[in-house]
Each structure stands twice: as C-alpha cells, then as structure tokens.
Design a binder for this molecule. Structure first.
Ligand code: FES
Length: 159
C-alpha cells in the first residue's frame, strides 16, 4: 500500500465530462481509462464503479483491463517510478538482477509502491532501446548499459 488517493468532486466532474465525450464514439472504455489514470493517478475500484455505471461495462471487464495493461494501476503510483525492462535483449544482459536490486534496496515488491509513496518499482516490456540493453528508467530518464552498481548509484542520487 502506498499513498492514498483522493477522489474529489472536481476530479469526478472531469471524469464525467470525459465519459460524455467518449460515449459519442465507438469503444469508449480504453480512452476513458486512460483519462481516469491521468486524473486520479490510478484507477481504483471506486473509480471503476463510476465508469461501469456510466458506460454500461461490467466491473469484472474493467478491472481485467486495468490489471492487464501496464499503463493502468489500481493503486496510486509513487512519486518516483522506476521501471526495469525485462524484454529479451535486456533480460539476457541481466536486467532481472537490476530489478531485484531495486526491489531489495527499496524493500518494495515489483509492481508495488513504497509505504511512504516515494517509489514504485515495476517491470516493463521492451521500451525500444535495446541497443542500450540492459535499460531502466526513473521517471522520464532512461539509463542504458545498466548494472546493479549503476542502479544503486542512481538510487542514492534520488534518496
Ligand atoms: S528489450 Fe529492453 S529495451 Fe528492448
């Protein structure tokens, strides 16, 4: 469990406005989830319920989509998002060890957020930077030719 999420009236109003627009087009669910993720920073059950009612989709389906795609999350993400690529090129060059190092150092399981809401550690698929494998990202910054030592060094810089 990380930071708590606030579902304010203002944010809900935004979500309703987005759904009104999306309902005019075919396939309103995905664009609505994208916006919901942006508005709330995640798509928790309370938000899924609102979407379910408004778009007439079952919660089971919505929850399935949210948990399947990496760009959505049920819990709020941390202030810093660390993603380690586990695509083939990175994996064969030891990215699993880097992911484990982040997870150990921060005491956060992969896919979860630290208690203080500072860090989310996740694994991603290929991010298209295979030439730099192994690769990890911290927020918008990409670190290539990475190693466990480099991961620790970067982490020290942020902490
Ligand atoms: S496999 Fe990691 S960037 Fe492509």
């Amino acid at each position: 469990m990380g930071a708590t999420i606030q579902i304010t009236e203002e944010k809900l109003a935004k979500l309703y406005a987005v759904m009104d627009e999306n309902k005019k087009k075919p396939g309103p669910l995905m664009p609505t989830l994208h916006e919901a993720q942006k508005i709330f920073g995640c798509v928790p059950l309370e938000v899924q319920k609102v979407i379910s009612k408004e778009l007439g989709e079952s919660i089971a389906k919505i929850n399935g989509v949210v948990t399947f795609y990496g760009q959505f999350s049920i819990e709020p993400k941390g202030k810093n998002i660390i993603s380690v690529c586990l695509g083939t090129a990175c994996y064969v060059r030891g990215s699993q060890g880097i992911l484990d190092a982040f997870s150990d150092e921060l005491k956060v399981k992969v896919g979860e957020t630290s208690e203080d809401g500072m860090f989310t550690v996740e694994a991603t698929r290929c991010i298209g930077a295979c030439g730099l494998a192994p690769v990890f990202t911290v927020n918008e910054t990409v670190y290539g030719n990475a190693s466990v030592a480099k991961a620790k060094e970067v982490l020290k810089g942020i902490q």
